[in-house]
Design a protein around this ligand. Structure first.
Ligand code: 26A
Length: 340
């Protein structure tokens, strides 16, 4: 059975440059041990530093691209397409290779000048600090999406990584409007605490279009803080988000908040009860690397949606795929392929 590219994902294709670091390295670049940020001028030396002085792993990354690979890993061939911008270089070739491995179709725009974006991932203990130099990924424009509008028309589910709110709000809004007009599904991830904090206005432009919104507990709390909700309680925050004004009234909004090994919280627009679902347990000795666990969760969830599964099953598929990804190095999925 072959798919119809029913899922289209948009965000920043990045190469992860990952290494086990130390406090000294974090301090040198003013990085927090557990964070995801956009690189500023003072961070630009980090990447060379990692290559010169640490043992690095190069992994295909970019949060929504990890999600897209995850969904395609689960679904029949030709189910998922990913769009974003890369450079004409070796890094882009690595991304193409990783996508090929799971059969993900990536329709990249190749920038003539900028190199492929990179994300420095510094591991210290159980923490990871991610510092992203978007480079070519920052050059994606709504025009590029319009060049591939046939793919947009073909898809039934749009997944946008919230990190793209730093790049092209018009491209995101084009997908959001199309979803509302055609009664298709628009799903957004909150991506990182800095998105609700520093890109609040951009995020709020998209909120009336959310059919599904996914994030973890720290991102949800960052949303609550920037929206003056005066609560840190995850079910309360999820319920608030579920009941924000909605453009397409033919679909109720679903809010999904993951909490690591704690149960995943689900709030549905207009419903009093906030539900929670347990995660797939993983033994400490089975954990290889948690980078991209949240992205994998979203991938499994999306695959469930494409198959028309119940919300319970979608969450369970998300948790199952997150577990598989945690057993791998970097945001990757195991081969030979496992089936749900
Ligand atoms: C704009 N920023 C900061 C980012 C990212 C990002 N993906 C897109 N845009 N910062 C980190 N990531 C990705 O998150 C994954 C782990 O969830 C990393 O590339 C990593 O693979």
């Amino acid at each position: 059975m072959s798919g119809q590219y029913e899922i289209l994902c948009l965000e920043n294709p990045l190469l992860d440059i990952q290494a086990v670091g130390d406090e000294k390295l974090l301090q040198k670049y003013g990085l927090k041990s557990n964070d995801a940020i956009l690189a500023e001028e003072k961070h630009m030396g980090l990447y060379e530093d990692l290559f010169q002085n640490y043992k690095v792993d190069l992994n295909a990354g970019g949060a929504a691209q990890n999600t897209a690979r995850g969904a395609q890993y689960v679904l029949p061939a030709d189910s998922v397409v990913f769009v974003g911008c890369v450079g004409k270089d070796k890094y882009a070739e690595k991304l193409v290779e990783a996508n090929k491995k799971v059969g993900l179709r990536a329709v990249y725009r190749y920038d003539e000048e900028q190199p492929t974006g990179r994300c420095g991932v510094i591991i210290t203990g159980h923490d990871r600090s991610m510092c992203t130099d978007l480079a070519a990924a920052n050059c994606y424009k709504v025009e590029h999406l319009k060049e591939n509008w046939d793919l947009v028309k073909q898809a039934k589910i749009y997944f946008v990584g919230g990190y793209h709110l730093t790049v092209s709000v018009p491209a995101i809004m084009a997908l959001a409007e199309e979803a509302a007009a055609e009664n298709k599904v628009f799903m957004l991830s909150l991506s990182a605490p800095f998105i609700p904090q520093f890109f609040k206005d951009q995020l709020d432009q998209t909120s009336p279009y959310w059919d599904y919104v996914v994030g973890n507990e720290t991102e949800a709390r960052s949303f609550a803080a920037s929206h003056d909700l005066n609560t840190e309680d995850i079910p309360t925050i999820a319920k608030h988000m579920a009941n924000l004004p909605k453009k397409n009234t033919q679909r109720k909004r679903t809010v999904i908040i993951t909490q690591g090994t704690e149960p995943t919280v689900i709030a549905i627009q207009g419903e009093d009860d906030v539900k929670s679902f347990p995660v797939h347990v993983i033994g400490k000795d089975e954990i290889a690397d948690t980078t991209g666990a949240g992205d994998a969760f979203a991938g499994g969830f999306l695959a469930g949606m494409a198959k028309g599964e119940s919300i319970e099953k979608c969450v369970d598929m998300g948790s199952w795929l997150a577990k598989l990804s945690i057993k791998e190095l970097g945001p990757a999925y195991p081969f030979p392929k496992q089936t749900y």
